[in-house]
Design a protein around this ligand. Structure first.
Ligand SMILES: C[S@@+](CC[C@H](N)C(=O)[O-])C[C@H]1O[C@@H](n2cnc3c(N)ncnc32)[C@H](O)[C@@H]1O
Length: 197
């Protein structure tokens, strides 16, 4: 890793960590002109477990128990994040349409819980970010759709609806890649361009 970093040209500039959880920002933070983000995909990726070596190497955790705290600061996006520790999700009518289908047919009860928690967490992220935006500020968000137990979850469309309800204007939605789900059905990756009204 050190050798990779040493051989990679690094852009000039500085970076500041303003928050370790995008659901909370410092009260006096902003106004933000531009947000470029790739939030967690609703695909079961366990970001904490997959990066535990890096987290250890960077002293962000001392041992495996430290993952629990990081998990609680993460947007619920993977089945392993679903636990009693996550906050009670806000029910979002458009999300309920798919979550209720998953209540019926998902092979694991944690799947509909994960879906409800994901959109509820992302509603907080979009709202917190929106409140810190400069009027007319923009967000470019990369996101893909998902499929569980044969139920298609159109994450870009659901996130767009949540964003609109929270005061964002959808300027553009662009398909940037076509993907395939585990069961062979088409999925895609999209860029949402949003503007804070
Ligand atoms: C799709 S990945 C994008 C990663 C990054 N853009 C990159 O290219 O390496 C989503 C990232 O969001 C992070 N994440 C999850 N919950 C978060 C939260 N509450 N606040 C900030 N980041 C979070 C995950 O740990 C993961 O690194």
């Amino acid at each position: 890793m050190i050798s990779d970093l040493n051989s990679t040209p690094v852009a000039e500039g500085s970076a500041t960590n303003v928050s370790t959880d995008a659901r909370t920002l410092p009260e006096d933070f902003g106004p933000i002109e531009l947000v470029v983000t790739s939030p967690p995909y609703l695909n079961g990726t366990n970001y904490c477990r997959n990066t535990k070596l890096e987290l250890l190497l960077l002293s962000l955790i001392q041992n495996e128990d430290g993952l629990m705290d990081i998990r609680s600061r993460s947007v619920t996006a993977g089945i392993n994040n679903v636990s009693k520790r996550i906050r009670e999700p806000t029910l979002i009518p458009a999300v309920e349409e798919v979550a209720l289908k998953l209540d019926e047919c998902a092979y694991d009860v944690r799947i509909p819980k994960m879906v409800r928690a994901y959109f509820s967490d992302m509603q907080i992220v979009m709202g917190t970010t929106r409140s810190a935006m400069k009027p007319g500020g923009r967000m470019v968000l990369d996101i893909g759709d998902s499929r569980f137990a044969g139920v298609h979850i159109d994450v870009p469309t659901l996130l767009s609806r949540i964003a609109e309800d929270g005061g964002w204007e959808i300027e553009d939605v662009e398909v940037i890649r076509n993907r395939v789900s585990k069961d062979g059905n088409p999925l895609c990756q999209k860029l949402l361009r949003l503007c804070s009204r």
